[in-house]
Design a protein around this ligand. Sequence first.
Ligand SMILES: O=C(O)[C@H](O)[C@@H](O)[C@H](O)[C@H](O)COP(=O)(O)O
Length: 260
Amino acid sequence: MRAPQLVVHHDKELMAQAAAARLITKVVDAQTSRGSASVVLTGGRNGNGLLAALASAPARDAIDWSRLDLWWGDERFLPAGDPERNHTQACEALLDAVPLDPARVHPMPASDGRFGADVDAAAAAYAAELAAAAGPEDHGPVPAFDVLMLGVGPDTHVASLFPELPAVRETDRTVVGVHGAPKPPPTRITLTLPAIRAAREVWLLAAGEDKAKAAVVALSGAGEIQAPAAGAYGRRRTLWLLDDAAASQLPRDLYPPASA
Ligand SMILES: O=C(O)[C@H](O)[C@@H](O)[C@H](O)[C@H](O)COP(=O)(O)O
């Protein structure tokens, strides 16, 4: 579903809290109807802010943490436990505080793991892990994620898909290595747009003044090569979660945000 919906909250703290509440409801509904839920996490301040808000949410444990599959949309290719890894930051924000089933938590490989410095082999292994988790009813070699979350960079990058670089142009593979990323560290692993589009719902998190221009560009018909966020959409729903600052440059006639 390409037509994005927008929800604008007053500030980034409220956006994180509201998005966390929204995620709790989505996960509980999925677990009730299908017995489990599958969520893709994102790195960055907005992504980690949502996880921290979820950790302190009163309804947090309405989620059955033992029946939640967690994947990552991208990862900085660094040694395991490095404070800059998205996995490390997610553990600090939430994962270490909830009783997840470790077998259902799927961090992307680290640079000191079994693939050593070969980020392309590490990416291929994650693609294989996703394919192994996909079922016959899924759309391609990735599980049907209930929610795939993406922070949005000031240059409209999502995951580690940066404008004009090879990864955003990938149409076949579900996971690729990234070399020379403009956002440090330069070497990363990322889901590709075909993998992102397999998700039932894609939620783009954009709070802060530094996202205002990216929101206008991505929501005004830019192409996905120049504006990767424009190519991030779910099969059933594409939701932009913004705050007033990030929505401040959106023309009212373009997307009259449903302010919340
Ligand atoms: O590895 C990463 O850095 C993230 O996955 C990246 O895609 C992030 O989500 C955006 O850069 C937004 O980051 P902020 O929310 O910190 O602006």
